[in-house]
Design a protein around this ligand. Structure first.
Ligand SMILES: Cc1cc2nc3c(=O)[nH]c(=O)nc-3n(C[C@H](O)[C@H](O)[C@H](O)COP(=O)(O)OP(=O)(O)OC[C@H]3O[C@@H](n4cnc5c(N)ncnc54)[C@H](O)[C@@H]3O)c2cc1C
Length: 495
């Protein structure tokens, strides 16, 4: 009854606005239909939403922010925004995608999902139901109360929604694949305002498309995740002395070229701090079978000299909480890009050598912005196999990206907005140079992992023409008027 009243009220208001020949002001309409969920710039809740973006460049100023508490609220908001036709809007999950405009908007409307953060374990089937505004820490804390865990993020403060709809690399990905392949059901609000469930037997095309196609089909209101028994895992961060860079990268190369171990996960990073003029190698790796540790990570774990060794055997929730502490302090501006390549005995060291030559020069031009540059190498998960439901990430069941490929993240972090354009151009140049190197060595791979791709890259295109065609069709079927293509300017688009 209540929903019907709200919906009728919205249609009446919108009808009245257009009858008088002026476009409706969506924020006022939203405030009437969702009175305790719509916030304007003077409200403390509005400012809390803006402050919750972890990177400064994401703190845009929408005309109003809607914080739905249910799928019906999301549907009411979409109905108003769709009918307005001209109001631009953005959707925020955990707000951790670094691209400006992907999860927030100046002047338009931002739907901030953070109040939809309920996590519950469904009795009987042990499926973990995750509201699309939940952060990974919420999920692990709740699931572990039942000794369960899921395929999720490795840093607790990161959001579930962007992570899962972009793919998602978890502690258990070497063994169990992409986190999105652990989803058994999406509850989705379509552009029409209809709420549907997408799973292996209902809207199976949408089910596959949402696993990698992100914000092109609807707003996910809930994820139902398959769970498995939780146990402690061994790992964490090691900060090495600068002389350890070459041995660390060689150890990572050997690990990737050696026999595949489904229990070894994580990444290695080299960080350059221009102000301090230091290069710091770091590994953040885990062995998910602690009794058999360190497995093939031995050479990495024993690389010397070590400055800080944070390796512990602990529950997942403790690893993700520790990792959050390392990233939460002192928000900055950051830009990222990615590229992938087949691992070879030489390529990782060659990329590092190239990067090390170039970044001090780039950073020197913007020294006032106190830049920090990073490169990170990590493995990709396996595609679904043996009849498991498809995702849209573009790898066939016969391919073995988990063994063959490594992806690179290239990052600049800095304090001053004036340096943004300069670093963005430098990032484009660095991607070109690295890809020149990988092409020259014959190890370039087209795949760009969406969750780390820059807005100037084309991760959806990198899934390949057949997959792209398939998800375009799904978008046209579920959003025939293209609301998510035209009224939502942020995110990677299909047409
Ligand atoms: C510190 C840090 C650690 C990370 N660790 C990992 C890691 O371990 N593994 C990994 O794979 N990735 C990792 N990432 C990358 C991460 O997957 C992306 O940043 C991802 O976008 C985070 O999800 P979010 O909900 O916070 O994103 P948001 O920025 O909120 O959203 C990203 C995109 O998804 C859309 N979106 C948000 N909510 C919805 C919804 N309900 N329905 C439809 N579309 C929606 C947004 O509009 C936006 O376009 C990490 C990132 C950071 C900053």
């Amino acid at each position: 009854m209540r929903l019907l009243d709200l919906y009728s009220a919205s249609l009446f208001l919108l009808g009245a606005a257009s009858a008088y020949g002026y476009p409706s002001n969506s924020c006022e309409d939203l405030a009437l239909v969702l009175p305790n969920r719509t916030f304007f710039p003077a409200a403390s809740t509005y400012n809390a939403s803006i402050q919750s973006y972890p990177f400064l460049q994401l703190r845009l100023r929408p005309s109003c922010i809607v914080r739905p508490t249910s799928a019906e609220d999301v549907a009411n908001a979409i109905n108003i925004l769709r009918v307005s036709n001209s109001t631009k809007f953005a959707i925020k999950g955990g707000g951790h995608n670094a691209n400006v405009g992907f999860n927030n908007i100046d002047d338009g409307v931002t739907i901030d999902m953070q109040s939809m953060n309920k996590v519950e374990v469904a009795r009987g089937d042990q499926v973990v139901r995750v509201g699309a505004g939940a952060l990974w820490q919420d999920v692990y804390d709740e699931a572990e109360k039942r000794d369960l865990t899921v395929l999720g993020g490795r840093i607790g403060v990161v959001g579930t929604a962007g992570f899962l709809t972009g793919g998602g690399i978890s502690f258990f990905s070497p063994e169990r694949g992409w986190a999105c392949d652990g989803i058994v059901n999406f509850e989705v609000v379509l552009a029409s305002g209809k709420i549907v469930n997408a799973n292996a037997t209902s809207h199976a095309d949408l089910f596959a498309a949402l696993k990698g196609g992100q914000l092109n089909f609807g707003i996910v209101s809930r994820f139902d995740l398959a769970s498995f028994p939780a146990g402690p895992i061994y790992g964490g961060r090691i900060v090495f002395g600068p002389n350890a860079t070459t041995p660390l990268l060689s150890a990572f190369t050997k690990f990737k070229l050696g026999e595949y171990d489904p229990y070894a996960a994580g990444w290695v990073t080299v960080r350059y701090n221009h102000t301090a003029a230091t290069f710091t190698p770091v590994s953040i790796m885990w062995y998910t079978r602690p009794a058999q540790r360190p497995g093939p990570l031995k050479a990495i774990f024993e690389t010397k000299p070590q400055v800080v060794n944070g390796m512990v055997e602990a529950p997942i929730s403790e690893h993700t909480r520790n990792a959050s502490r390392q990233v939460a302090a002192n928000p900055q501006r950051t830009i990222w890009a990615t590229t992938s390549f087949a691992v070879s005995p030489t390529i990782i060291n060659r990329i590092h050598t190239l990067w090390k030559q170039i970044v001090p020069e780039i950073a020197a031009q913007y020294a006032y912005a106190k830049p920090v540059a990073e490169i990170t190498f990590q493995a990709l998960p396996a595609p679904p196999r043996n009849g498991a439901s498809a995702n849209s990430l573009g790898f066939g069941p016969g391919e073995t990206p988990e063994k063959d490929l490594v992806f690179l993240q290239i990052i600049f972090t800095f304090e001053d907005a004036a340096a943004t354009d300069g670093f963005e151009e430098a990032l484009k140049d660095l991607v070109k140079l690295v890809e020149g190197l990988t092409k020259e060595e014959g190890v370039f791979h087209r795949y760009k992992y969406l969750n780390f791709a820059a807005s100037f890259q084309d991760p959806l295109g990198s899934y390949g023409g057949v997959e792209l065609g398939r998800i375009r069709e799904v978008a046209r079927k579920y959003d025939p008027t293209g609301v998510f293509q035209t009224q939502v300017p942020g995110g990677f688009k299909l047409f």
